[in-house]
Design a protein around this ligand. Structure first.
Ligand code: SF4
Length: 343
């Protein structure tokens, strides 16, 4: 479920979202979401995982949405909510927990205050830490997001990932910054000259990965680490190639061969874009998602890739066990190259 409202636009962000939107519009959006869920419930829809993403979902009336969602949840459903550190307030957390939310993902993004300011995140590292510790009072399944490869900022301190040692997170997503054309960062003059080089980014990722593994978070997807049993079930289902319904303005759905954006119902009601892919492209998409995970890719489903996959095994980029191929640590560093060679 996509909630496209934010406090303001972060410098690096090109996602569909708007800042400073009137409360009345946000309320109307929540009501529309609640209504879509009620209609799905009336049709007997059941979800095993649900993800509230944004934007900042907490800027909407999540109570109303969660009440309509409740009849659609399977027993033991995973319900995740993304929070901005400034969203974190005890009454909100209390409400989320009592309405069935059982997983929180908080965008911290950087461990350096000068960089946080430059990103437009509006909090300091200490405030993010306090917010996360408050989250943990309510949720034992809580993680954070970080971005590496942000351009060098004046007065920025080198990251000390060890600062996270006592945070007690169960999940961490680490993304390499992509300079998105539509972001304000990309329009800054000469910004490319401030970007760290590929080697520096790789070193940061390696350092972060080693630290996360030292605190018992295992890498289960190219950008995601989790404590055993705390892997995000929602994202894992997407990577395993299962269908999903995306509700809301900027959400994407994959229902059999149909791809939709901006749907408000399982039939694609209200969708802004609908396309139908071929069966071959559908299989390809599902397999490539799997290669990014530690489960790996089953080549028996796509025998014509076998030769290329074997070439990557010989280069130390993939490992193989029967028909299952997995990225090695080196392969994870150049995953995009591997994927591009297969399609
Ligand atoms: S990064 Fe998140 S909080 Fe920032 S503008 Fe984009 S969607 Fe909003």
């Amino acid at each position: 479920m996509h909630f496209p409202f934010c406090r303001g636009k972060c410098s690096y962000c090109a996602l569909y979202s708007r800042g400073a939107v009137a409360l009345s519009e946000r309320k109307a959006y929540s009501a529309k979401m609640a209504d879509a869920l009620s209609k799905l419930s009336a049709r007997g829809a059941k979800f095993s995982t649900v993800y509230f993403g944004g934007g900042s979902p907490a800027l909407c009336d999540l109570n109303a949405v969660l009440s309509s969602l409740a009849p659609c949840l399977e027993i033991d459903a995973e319900v995740s909510v993304e929070l901005h550190p400034l969203d974190v307030k005890k009454p909100l957390l209390d409400m989320l927990r009592s309405e069935g939310v059982n997983r929180i993902s908080m965008g911290v993004e950087s461990l350096d205050n000068a960089t946080l300011r430059d990103m437009g995140r509006r909090y300091s590292l200490n405030e993010a830490k306090d917010a996360f510790f408050t989250v943990r009072e309510f949720f034992d399944n809580a993680g954070i997001d970080l971005i590496v490869g942000y351009p060098r900022v004046e007065n920025a301190e080198e990251w000390k990932i060890e600062k996270l040692a006592d945070w007690g997170m169960t999940h961490c997503s680490v993304y390499s910054l992509q300079l998105e054309e539509e972001s304000s960062l990309a329009s800054r003059e000469g910004i490319e000259s401030f970007l760290p080089g590929d080697d520096e980014v790789m070193d940061s990722l390696k350092n972060i990965g080693e630290f996360l593994e030292s605190i018992s978070l295992e890498r289960y997807e190219i950008s995601n680490w989790a404590r055993k049993g705390r892997e995000c079930r929602h994202n894992s289902a997407v990577w395993a190639g299962e269908d999903y319904l995306g509700l809301g303005t900027g959400a994407y759905s994959r229902v059999a061969l149909r791809r939709m954006r901006g749907a408000w119902g399982v039939d694609g009601e209200g969708a802004e874009e609908v396309s139908v892919v071929s069966e071959e492209d559908d299989i390809k998409e599902r397999l490539l998602f799997r290669l990014r995970t530690r489960k790996g890719l089953d080549a028996s489903l796509c025998p014509r890739w076998k030769e290329t996959l074997e070439k990557f095994v010989a280069e130390g980029v993939l490992s193989s066990a029967g028909d299952i191929y997995r990225l090695t640590p080196r392969g994870m560093e150049i995953c995009d190259y591997v994927l591009a060679a297969l399609v």
